[in-house]
Design a protein around this ligand. Structure first.
Ligand code: NAD
Length: 285
């Protein structure tokens, strides 16, 4: 069994983003800019935003975070996004999810300029992904594809079982795999007999939020296991959705949690923001 080391690959990608930022600055005097909108006090969201901000600093991006109270109005968030859409120093806009219940999340995500949609959540970019056209792809599944490529794990013709069907993880994951010629199955909370599906899979990609959902008897020998879940165990430790200790004895490759998909998500945010900045620079030429 080999560990898919997302932390190491993320570091490598970060270094190459930093190098490209330096080149962009030298050639055009232009610094890529990311705006983050954070609503409320959710500790996990605060932690993610803080990690993203630190990563931006490390690669030399300009970043600004708009922190808003839990009871903020729809209009106030929309106005901030409109401002960021117009701001020439901002290449990427990220709205940290989830938003509070009084907010219409779809409307907010649809307001982000698709050219600044570095999270790939705007329906325009979702459509481009589904039709296999270039655009912005959600960072977590994009990071998974990069990790598979790094270890020369070709998904073409492989049976891939995606467990979890959210708009930000499972569905874009399935689209990317399909675009790469895999045979893809998507399972979710209403799937009958999950084990029947996972046992057929050469590659299992699980992003659900349930500790130990994937157990040893649900995995065929030599399968590749991608654990996208992030959960806080009773002892305070971060764990994924896979029973790592037992599944790792049976599989060929596995991502650890932490240190697997998580760091790749942040690396892809940096890479998407750099891409947005590079497109913006070209537009002005
Ligand atoms: P979500 O709640 O929006 O979606 C969960 C999905 O899992 C749904 O499709 C649901 O049908 C399915 N599901 C729930 N229980 C299930 C079960 N028992 N069996 C099969 N399917 C089940 O969550 P999300 O935002 O997609 O996040 C999923 C997980 O991925 C969470 O643990 C989250 O923390 C993690 N996540 C990790 C990263 C990362 O960078 N590694 C990024 C985003 C989300």
């Amino acid at each position: 069994m080999q560990i898919l080391d997302g932390k190491a690959l993320a570091k490598k990608i970060e270094q190459s983003v930093a190098d490209e930022v330096a080149t962009l600055k030298a050639q055009t005097n232009r610094t890529p800019g990311l705006a983050v909108i954070l609503v409320g006090q959710d500790p996990a969201s605060q932690a993610y935003v803080s990690m993203k901000k630190k990563a931006c600093d490390r690669v030399g991006f300009y970043s600004v975070s708009h922190e808003m109270p839990e009871d903020i109005s729809q209009d106030a968030i929309e106005n901030t996004i409109k401002m960021m859409n117009q701001n020439p120093n901002i290449d990427g806009i990220l709205v940290q999810l989830p938003l509070p219940p009084q907010i219409d999340t779809t409307k907010i995500l649809e307001l982000v300029d698709p050219a600044k949609d570095v999270d790939g959540f705007h329906p325009y970019n979702v459509g481009r992904l589904v039709t296999n056209l270039d655009g912005f792809v959600p960072c977590t599944p994009l990071g998974v594809m990069k990790l598979l490529q790094e270890y020369n794990i070709d998904v073409k013709g492989k049976n891939c079982c995606v467990v979890g069907a959210s708009n930000i993880v499972g569905k874009p994951m399935a689209s990317l795999l399909l675009n790469a010629d895999a045979t893809v199955e998507i399972c979710h909370i209403f799937t009958d007999d999950l084990k029947k599906h996972t046992l057929q899979a050469d590659i299992i990609l699980v992003g659900v939020g349930v500790i130990n959902l994937i157990k040893e008897d649900m995995v065929k020998d030599g399968a590749v296991i991608i654990d996208i879940g992030i959960n806080r165990a009773d002892n305070g430790k971060l764990v994924g959705d896979v029973d790592f200790e037992n599944v790792s004895k049976k599989c060929s490759y596995i991502t650890p949690v932490p240190g697997g998909v998580g760091p790749m998500t942040i690396a892809m945010l940096l890479s998407n923001t750099l891409k947005a900045a590079q497109i913006n620079v070209q537009k002005k030429d």
